[in-house]
Design a protein around this ligand. Structure first.
Ligand SMILES: NC(=O)c1ccc[n+]([C@@H]2O[C@H](COP(=O)([O-])OP(=O)(O)OC[C@H]3O[C@@H](n4cnc5c(N)ncnc54)[C@H](OP(=O)(O)O)[C@@H]3O)[C@@H](O)[C@H]2O)c1
Length: 327
């Protein structure tokens, strides 16, 4: 499953990202925060997005305090809410931010601790699927033309989706994508991640076919937990008990380390569209290229989930417009 890279990528010495702009969803905590920090520390301008203004402000302040001179802005964005996605994407497209380009989007926001009982979003979608997968399908569609315009001027413009190693642990065939017949909290998570993975691979195939020079890549952070992660005021403040408990987990790493795979997928010039990246030792380690699960590679699954997302949202990705914008 894991293809050891054997290369000399150093997560602590990223290429100079000055002049580049990235948008990160769910940037106020966890992997999203540390990925944003690593991008900003390498000189990128980073738009931290999140659904809660107070948590977002705390993350913004913490990032600036830890990285004097970092170039960061915030954007309110609830990925489970189509209205919020449209408004946020319009702000980005309208150039409300200090840079008019967009070099990449890290589709990170997600529900990891899924509700025990099936819950719905305001517009009636199953919450875990809507947050982890469907909202990001819509956001990427809304930003595709902006990304393509940037790609016409500079290489390595990317959409990075958050997969999970759980998709290797017997993810079911996603026939009931919103778990209407039988909901189970673990299944809701694994299936949402399988859908994300399939969407990421399918997006890349469709981008290539349409001649859009934007890459779609899937990455996962292994097993990255808060109790092994540095304390950051307002962002990660685990209790002493959580530190002890998480410290006893031998196969876990910090979210700071986990973010390294996501960042590599977003900025390493050697990464190609359609690839899958994650930690070298599956749950932890430095980022290497990996092999997706059999089910995520299944063309039937990929086509089915793509069409289902189109049907549920009424949105088709603007491939032709993006290809024109990139010329
Ligand atoms: N940690 C791991 O080992 C692991 C493994 C595989 C994959 N992943 C994936 O990595 C991503 C981040 O995980 P994490 O461990 O960093 O989780 P986390 O610490 O719980 O952070 C999740 C982030 O997503 C945000 N979020 C949740 N629902 C949202 C919504 N509707 N709109 C906007 N933001 C929302 C949260 O914001 P709030 O603070 O407002 O809730 C938070 O910023 C997820 O997609 C997860 O599935 C994680």
């Amino acid at each position: 499953m894991i293809q050891h890279g054997g290369d000399d990528w150093d997560p602590a010495a990223l290429p100079d990202l000055s002049g580049r702009m990235y948008l990160v969803t769910g940037a106020n905590a966890g992997l999203g925060f540390f990925a944003s920090e690593q991008l900003a520390a390498a000189g990128a301008h980073v738009v931290l997005s999140g659904r809660n203004p107070n948590r977002l402000a705390a993350a913004h302040d913490a990032l600036e305090a830890r990285n004097p001179g970092a170039s960061v802005e915030t954007l309110l964005l609830d990925v489970s809410n189509p209205g919020s996605i449209r408004a946020a994407a319009a702000s980005v497209r309208g150039g409300l931010f200090s840079r008019s380009r967009l070099d990449g989007v890290l589709l990170n926001a997600g529900i990891v601790h899924t509700p025990r009982r099936r819950e719905l979003t305001r517009d009636g979608r199953e919450l875990v699927f809507a947050t982890n997968a469907l909202g990001h399908f819509v956001l990427a569609a809304e930003l595709l033309t902006t990304l393509a315009k940037s790609a016409s001027r500079r290489q390595n413009t990317r959409i990075v989706w958050l997969g999970s190693m759980s998709t290797h642990l017997g993810a079911p065939e996603p026939t009931d994508i919103q778990l209407e017949n039988r909901y189970d909290a673990w299944q809701a998570y694994v299936q949402s991640k399988l859908v994300v993975h399939a969407l990421g691979l399918e997006a890349d195939a469709r981008l290539r076919e349409a001649g859009v020079p934007v890459d779609s890549v899937v990455a996962h952070p292994g097993y990255s937990i808060g109790g092994r992660t540095p304390r950051v005021h307002g962002v990660n403040e685990p209790s002493r008990w959580k530190r002890v408990r998480d410290g006893l987990q031998p196969f876990a790493q910090s979210k700071e380390r986990g973010a390294e795979s996501l960042v590599r997928a977003l900025v390493d010039p050697d990464v190609r569209g359609g690839e899958y990246w994650g930690p070298r030792f599956w749950t932890l380690g430095r980022p290497v290229r990996q092999r997706p699960s059999r089910r995520a590679l299944d063309q039937d699954v990929r086509t089915r989930v793509w069409q289902e997302c189109e049907r549920l949202t009424g949105i088709e990705w603007p491939f032709a417009r993006a290809a024109r914008a990139a010329r």
